[in-house]
Design a protein around this ligand. Structure first.
Ligand code: CMP
Length: 171
């Protein structure tokens, strides 16, 4: 089983995820800005930019074993795990990655417009921050640092995939 991809999210951010799901009235505004600022991917964004994105985010809670995105579907959103844990499954349902709080997924279909490359399933109750497709695409154009972070993640995934197939990343 691959190591769990996990990046630092403070207790405040995790608690915010729980609070927001329990109280939908809190979904808009500065609370999300605080949560976004805790996610390392968005750490370089200006306060103004974080607030703008925060207004477009929502939270979604998934029961254990529920699929969050399914391979072959159109990509409509980008996800950041706030609480819980999810598993990336490719062909033959084999798990290729586990994602914990602070990890993100769903960027590939949004970047290339192709169907989802894998299924992501909540392995226990999981709360995700959801950034819809359009604002996510705009964010990538306006924030090169975020695009670059995603590129690094994509490169790491290609290398892992090659290694798992017995190849190397050299030409
Ligand atoms: P997307 O193709 O939009 O939807 C499925 C997501 O699973 C994909 O984006 C990535 O975010 C994630 N994913 C796919 N393959 C891997 C992998 N090998 N390791 C980690 N995450 C992956």
């Amino acid at each position: 089983m691959p190591a769990i991809a996990r990046t630092a999210l403070t207790r405040k951010a995790r608690a915010a995820g729980r609070t927001v799901v329990g109280a939908p009235a809190l979904q808009a505004g500065h609370l999300w800005a605080e949560v976004l600022a805790e996610v390392p991917l968005f750490a370089g964004m200006s306060v103004r930019q974080v607030r703008r994105i925060a207004r477009l985010c929502s939270a979604a809670r998934f029961d254990a074993h529920a699929p969050i995105v399914e391979a072959g579907d159109a990509g409509e959103a980008f996800y950041v795990v706030l609480t819980g844990q999810a598993e990336v499954r490719r062909r033959r349902k084999r798990p290729v990655a586990e994602l914990g709080p602070g990890a993100y997924f769903g960027e590939m279909a949004l970047i290339d417009g192709a169907p989802r490359s894998a299924t992501v399933v909540a392995t226990r109750e999981t709360v995700c921050l959801v950034v819809p497709r359009r604002p996510f695409a705009k964010l990538l154009k306006e924030e090169p640092a975020i695009s670059f972070a995603l590129l690094r993640t994509l490169a790491a995934r290609v290398r892992e995939l090659e290694a798992s197939q017995g190849g190397t990343s050299e030409p």
